[in-house]
Design a protein around this ligand. Structure first.
Ligand SMILES: Cc1cc2nc3c(=O)[nH]c(=O)nc-3n(C[C@H](O)[C@H](O)[C@H](O)COP(=O)(O)OP(=O)(O)OC[C@H]3O[C@@H](n4cnc5c(N)ncnc54)[C@H](O)[C@@H]3O)c2cc1C
Length: 428
């Protein structure tokens, strides 16, 4: 009997297992995760447990290959869209009210953002954080009923690729096929394995910036056109591009992420009207190419943006940091100037300041009515070179990397990569 071990019960791992059991896979599937099942997972555990970071996210399912580059690169555009459909259908299928899953599909780039910004337009399916908990429970019950074994609160500490063994606590598990889907919370583990086995990797860029927050009214004109608007600016000659990232509206909350003992910021939105705060938040994320050792560079920058164990907040109009959906203030330390950003990332900070000044021009009521949480960062894990037909390591064909462990950066792409690997296992 084929033994499939999935490390990480995140979006990628769960979609992989679902595809397998849906198609009558007759092997054994074990999913190991350091977090908890959806019934016991506490709200504070943003990154770990059933559906991983996706389980507590905003549930925005992007639906376009320009966003899912990390998928179409392997599968081609047509196959990528088909895989996206399968992931979105899973979210609908386990949704208590599937009709509420809505797709926003903007059509034209509006004139008023020009000449300062470009706007990337693509469809997004919106599930909503509140529903993800219920979806998680229904989905989990289905997999358990289909015989999938889950090991919770179990951190995998080593994997022996030569002998097909996964090591955790005081025990181990052998496997025929391994799916490695540890997400962002397992990024250091992926790095450790890449170094240990000297896995060939693809060159990566730095992705760093701030989480911008302001009253929603200033952005309403654009939100009406595109809920999760993606404004961008490119400076090709400098190897720099900026984009607004993961926009949240209506009931929009900033979330502190704990990675490597530091705090960085992200955001999510609630669907329930009871949570409405009429705020908008989005990342202003800068991609910087050609930086030697991008991971170490980002780590150093993030460390400089910490004060007594939390990140920093700046507002030129002295707005106060907002509250989380649990009613506590966002963990942050208020600073009186944006200079700290220059100290951390040097002259690159100018691009972020310019981006904000351009926002002020395009959205005239905004003025200085905004605040930024510093930093927002995407640590791109060293991305191992994989075979394009099944995302397996070039040196270990029964080890498949999926999701954020393969730089997927998003729910739909991560789930689709998991599904893609499952399809290849079913074929064989
Ligand atoms: C606050 C927030 C909001 C977000 N909002 C969106 C959004 O709206 N739309 C979108 O597309 N994306 C969003 N994202 C990103 C998205 O959630 C991730 O891209 C996606 O979940 C990645 O899927 P994954 O399966 O690769 O990893 P994850 O979903 O992160 O799952 C990884 C799992 O691996 C487990 N794990 C890690 N290391 C180990 C180990 N050593 N041993 C055992 N288990 C381990 C973790 O506990 C976790 O459950 C958001 C992320 C955050 C944090």
């Amino acid at each position: 009997m084929t033994k499939v071990v999935i490390v990480g019960a995140g979006v990628a791992g769960v979609n992989d297992a679902t595809k397998l059991v849906d198609n009558g896979f007759d092997g054994k599937i074990t999913i190991i995760d350091m977090g908890l099942d959806p019934y016991r997972r506490p709200a504070a555990d943003v990154m770990r447990g059933f559906l991983g970071a996706g389980g507590w996210s905003d549930g925005k399912l992007t639906y376009h290959t320009s966003i899912g580059g990390q998928l179409s690169k392997y599968t081609g555009d047509e196959k990528a869209m088909e895989l996206f459909d399968q992931v979105i259908n899973n979210f609908k299928r386990f949704h208590p009210n599937p009709d509420e899953v809505q797709c926003s599909n903007p059509v034209a780039e509006p004139d008023f953002i020009k000449p300062h910004f470009g706007l990337r337009l693509f469809p997004v399916w919106h599930v909503g954080t509140d529903y993800l908990h219920e979806i998680g429970k229904n989905w989990y019950d289905y997999l358990v009923e289909k015989g999938v074994e889950f090991l919770w609160e179990t951190k995998v500490t080593d994997i022996n690729f030569d002998n097909n063994i996964v090591v955790y606590d005081d025990s181990w598990e052998d496997y025929d096929q391994l799916i490695f889907g540890v997400g962002k919370s397992g990024i250091d583990f992926g790095k450790q394995l890449a170094e240990e086995y000297e896995l060939p990797t693809e060159p990566k860029s730095v992705q760093i910036g701030v989480r911008f927050e302001a009253p929603q009214k200033h952005f309403q004109k654009l939100i009406d056109i595109s809920y999760d608007f993606k404004l961008y600016q490119k400076f090709e000659e400098k190897g720099v591009s900026l984009r607004s990232f993961c926009t949240n509206n209506n009931a929009a909350y900033v979330a502190a992420e704990h990675t490597y003992g530091d705090v960085s910021y992200n955001g999510h939105a609630k669907k329930d009207e009871a949570y409405r705060n009429d705020m908008t938040n989005f990342g202003i994320l800068m991609e910087i190419r050609n930086i030697d050792k991008p991971f170490d560079w980002s780590r150093t920058a993030v460390e400089k943006l910490q004060h007594e164990g939390v990140g920093l907040f700046y507002s030129p109009s002295h707005r106060v940091p907002s509250k989380t959906s649990e009613g506590d203030y966002v963990e942050t330390h208020v600073v009186n100037s944006i200079d700290v950003l220059y100290d951390a990332i040097g002259e690159y900070a100018l691009h972020i300041e310019d981006f904000i000044m351009d926002l002020e021009k395009v959205f005239p009521t905004l003025g200085k009515d905004w605040g930024i949480y510093m930093p927002e960062v995407k640590y791109l894990s060293p991305e191992p070179l994989v075979n394009y037909n099944d995302l397996s390591l070039t040196r270990f064909p029964n080890v498949h990397f999926v999701g954020d462990a393969l730089s997927a950066r998003g729910i739909t792409v991560s789930g689709a990569q998991g599904t893609y690997v499952a399809e290849s296992l079913l074929k064989n």
